[in-house]
Design a protein around this ligand. Structure first.
Ligand code: CTP
Ligand code: MG
Length: 223
């Protein structure tokens, strides 16, 4: 089983609202981006990692790779204006004909090795998988006037995370036919749109996505 990894780190972190671009904001004394790369680098079945960084941050990301001695990072490419565009650019830089491609956001530094391995296993078995946790809040559907329309049954609701992993052929096909212009916030949506059945991989509530300053504090505490 050969796998390649893609790390979308091409966002600026506008909701975090700091001067430093989110992937380079310090967490436990190291840039947020460091953790995702480290977790992927440790996996024996992953032999290359492609990182997307914002155009102006490509040099900075390359320095990070050098500074921490990450040997599997084969290229740092310029991201696009959306996450999907950034992943697309990474996909174009994947070499080595992997069976599976695992995609993991730089914004989720607390991913475990178990979850990465499990994503690769499930992708090779089912074709596509996404880490997700059951929704634990009561979920309401609102209306534009600011009132509740109804309460949604949460029993089958999940919050999608990364890693998300796919058979290379399926991912390439989905990006070819659906990639351009469609507004989605993760990769599994593209495959769902193409009619692929996506397997749910039990994620973790620890695997937080750093979006706001509160998330940053939470991640510090969980580190
Ligand atoms: N991402 C990317 N290219 C973009 C936008 C986002 O590679 N054009 C990456 C981010 O770097 C992040 C992941 O996709 O690792 C998830 O995005 P998000 O958490 O929304 O990060 P940002 O877009 O940077 O934050 P914000 O939406 O608050 O600006
Ligand atoms: Mg964003």
């Amino acid at each position: 089983m050969k796998a390649s990894a893609i790390v979308p780190a091409g966002g600026s972190g506008s909701r975090l609202g700091l001067k430093t671009k989110k992937p380079f904001v310090a967490l436990g004394g190291k840039p947020i981006l460091y953790y995702a790369i480290r977790a992927l680098e440790r996996e024996g079945s992953i032999d290359e990692i492609i990182v997307a960084a914002e155009k102006s941050q490509v040099g900075r990301a390359k320095n990070l790779v050098r500074r921490f001695g990450f040997r599997k990072v084969k290229s740092v490419v310029a991201g696009g204006s959306t996450r999907t565009a950034s992943v697309k650019n990474c996909l174009d830089a994947v070499t080595g004909d992997p069976d599976v491609i695992v995609i993991h956001d730089a914004a989720r530094p607390l991913v475990s090795g178990r979850m990465i391995r499990e994503s690769i296993r499930l992708a090779s078995k089912y074709g596509a998988c996404v880490a997700a946790v059951p929704e634990s809040d009561t979920v309401k559907l609102g209306d534009p006037a600011g009132f509740i329309r109804k309460t949604v049954d949460r029993r089958n609701l999940f919050r999608a995370q990364t890693p998300q992993a796919f058979r290379t052929s399926l991912l390439r096909r989905a990006y070819k036919s659906y990639g351009a212009g469609r507004k989605v916030t993760d990769d599994a949506s593209l495959l769902e749109g193409a009619g692929v059945r996506v397997r749910i991989l039990p994620g973790s509530y620890r695997n937080v996505k750093i979006t706001t300053k509160e998330d940053l504090k939470m991640a510090e505490a969980l580190l």
